[in-house]
Design a protein around this ligand. Sequence first.
Ligand code: RAM
Length: 949
Amino acid sequence: MNDDTPTTAGTRVREVRVERRTDGAFADTPTPRLSWTVESDVPGWWQAGAEVRLDGGEALRLDTDESRFVPWPFDPLTPHARHTLEVRVTGTDGGTSPWSDPVTVRSVFLADGEWAGRFVGLAGPGPDDDATPGLLRTELDLPGDVARATLYASAHGVYQVEINGQDVDDAVLKPGWTAYQHRLVHEATDVTALLRTGANAVGVRLAGGWWTEKYGFHGAAQTFYGEQPAAAVHLHVELADGTIRVLTTGPDWRGAVAGVVVASGIYAGERVDAGRAVSGWSLPGFDDAAWAPVRVDASDVVPEPAIAEPVRRVGELSVREVITTPSGRTVLDFGQNLVGRLRVRVTGERGQVITLRHAEVLEHGELGVRPLRHAAATDHLVLSGGDDTFEPEFTFHGFRYAEVDGWPGELDLEAARAAVTAVVISSDMRRTGWFESSDERVNRLHENVVQGMRGNFVSLPTDCPQRDERLGWTGDIQVFGPTASYLFDSNAFLASWLRDVAAEQAARGGVCPIVVPFVLPFGSKPAAAWGDAAAVVPTTLLERFADRRALAEQYPSMRAWADVLLDLSGERLLWEGMFQFGDWLDPDAPPDDPAGAKTDPDIVASAYLVRSLQLVTRAAREVGDAAGVERYGDLAERARLAWAAEYTTPSGRIVSDAQTAYALAITFDLVDDATRAVMGDRLAWLVRRAGYRIGTGFVGTPIIQDALTGTGHADVAGRLLLQTGVPSWLYAVTMGATTVWERWDSMLPDGSINPGEMTSFNHYAFGAVADWLHRTVAGLAPDAAGYRRLRVAPVPIAGLDHAVTRFSTPYGLAEAGWVARDGEIVVHTVVPPNASAVVVLPDGSGEFEVGAGRHEWTVPDPRDRSVPPPVTLGSTLGAVADDPEAFATVLAAVEAADTGHTGALRSLKEWTDQRTLEEELVRLPSGAPEQVRTALDDLNARRGAVVAG
Ligand code: RAM
């Protein structure tokens, strides 16, 4: 191929990237992998080869059909390097694309031993003082023009750097939270445009953030990392004449307890005093004679380049409503539970203090702060006397409502909208996945999952963003990882967090702790489904992003976890008797005992033992560790047999006859095919008996829908999905939720907050069902690593008329979905270039494969659309439960009879074929049966008319 090779008109290279980040081409290693996507109108387009060139130089031919994570084909990059990269591709059709737009690749790593920034902080505050925010500065004289300059910086705390009066970038809460005592990350920001010949000033705004936060529960929280923050800067400047100037933090810097941030904590909130602004402090020539020399902290950890996107401001919301509460307070409603803080524009008297309290919900009309536990989540804004704009910088809150106290003047809706904006922050990942169906409530559920992910992906994957916790709970991300990998490109984010997992594990003999970074005074013992994140999350990155480098990097961590489990489970290969979170927050567990699930925790633990062994075996195969394949493969199989022998009966019952137990057996392949089918039936039966309400916690919820649809019970899965009674996914939606809740009933039907400790309104674990919406309801799943081959197998769910999903795969935009029309289902898919799809249509015909392009098929609608038989008082409770309309009719009639017993009927757990409606109603006060009979007669008549008509 050369420059006059004929080009294929409609084939273009897009999205040229290096390594994982999507917000720029950052080379965090000398040999970053290359990826690109191709857009083509050539059906079935497949890459025959590619060419790449640096800085417009000679093209290198790559004899590969791969366009994802292609090994670096050039000489290894050097630190501080910058190159333009272009790619063009040739298809098997013989045509060659034009060169891509040039992308600037920047080295963001330093050479071994190069980092010279020391951690410096304020000399003033003593070790027992509260973490004190402040400013640090120095000046730098540059004798000539600046060709190129890069700022490398990090902190024990959170910071922003200013050069000559300007913030160096738009990231917030840098450097984020990593397992600081083992691993720190640095930014690598191009600051060429901010420096000039002659005098320059470099300043750091600094606060404690996660470094000085106190961690722990029940009022016993402790400082974990350190009492006072410090920052480290390494500024690399290349002058036009080729000389290099390096400026680093050291004892010559000066600092002051100054600046607008007076006090700040992640949980507590921030006190900002606009009157404390120091004008010109990061400009050259500022008089810092009154500032003190800095304190220099020892640190053994050399920061490494950040490999994930930083946290940024990703959205804004305006005030939806101004509420005056029953007690007369003013509360702003932003209409959406969000994570971030308020930007406030206000003018008032010097010294006037505005207090902002944040909460996710109202209870009895007032701010519901009890779920925040010890997090004050309160900002204080002190006015300067002039026109002020505030935005607390080093904290964030999870909230939909903010109570405002001390506002100078009227705060009606118009004034509030003009003065106050909610600023949403999140790790700045690219959105990649969308879902839409004919049911608005399901769409809202999906949107709630998206919103919850945004708010809990602030530098690390957290359980919740609002209370005195916000920790990297491993169990939560273990179950949510697949969903996260679809909604946003979270490859970089999760690969970064996995390095912390490995670091924490290495410090504790292979045990992956319950939270990473680990900061708790308890919980260093392994816990099933939590520590298993070490094996599961790298596998998710392989499956969803084809990230074999992450898998190889994590392989020792995966193995170490498996070895810990093997030690614990001994000869019998069963993990038993230890404390487990188990099927955490099973809806039948009492509010004050979230671990008190229906499924025995040992069954969960031993199932996860098998799971982790299976995944380590698979990883061993990927990385070419033959001995590992043999060892872990054999142990996985023995553990599986041990599980089945210990916990199941010959006829296919599980010792814990509960939804989660069966879902585990089915989705983790713990039993043979025949038993699996029997268990699928039992699972469906249990769900029906519960009146089609969910009975699972953190472990069962993410997998129950797969277990049902995978064993031929799509109808039951559909009923579970569309259920609105508590517990169910849509219950929260009907209660006005705008994020996914921690508990099925974080808010009780009467509008009061669940009395349990664990009551957040923004927890993503139960939202893991979205992955099933994408994969199964709309029907777009990975069939080969990174979606090189898609699996398009939609399962039309009863109650939906259409479902569709769009997804930016590593190979480009894909789509799958279906519409029901006149007794038929029209399925369509879009397969990106250089990928293929295995298709299974809902009519049960066999699978076949298609190539890139848009495809459509029409098949008979397999769903039962007959009118249900008449329902009477003699009908069984099972028959009533099977008939959503009849079920609703019965409940409404009982409610109308005003017996006060609707609740009892609603939460009845015995919807079987062995009990009749009549028998159940007898237990209610007289009158109710008659009303129900009349209502059912009406229903039957209406439906009869439909049938007759
Ligand atoms: C709670 C967290 C988290 C869960 C643990 C076990 O404190 O919120 O969601 O993983 O408990």
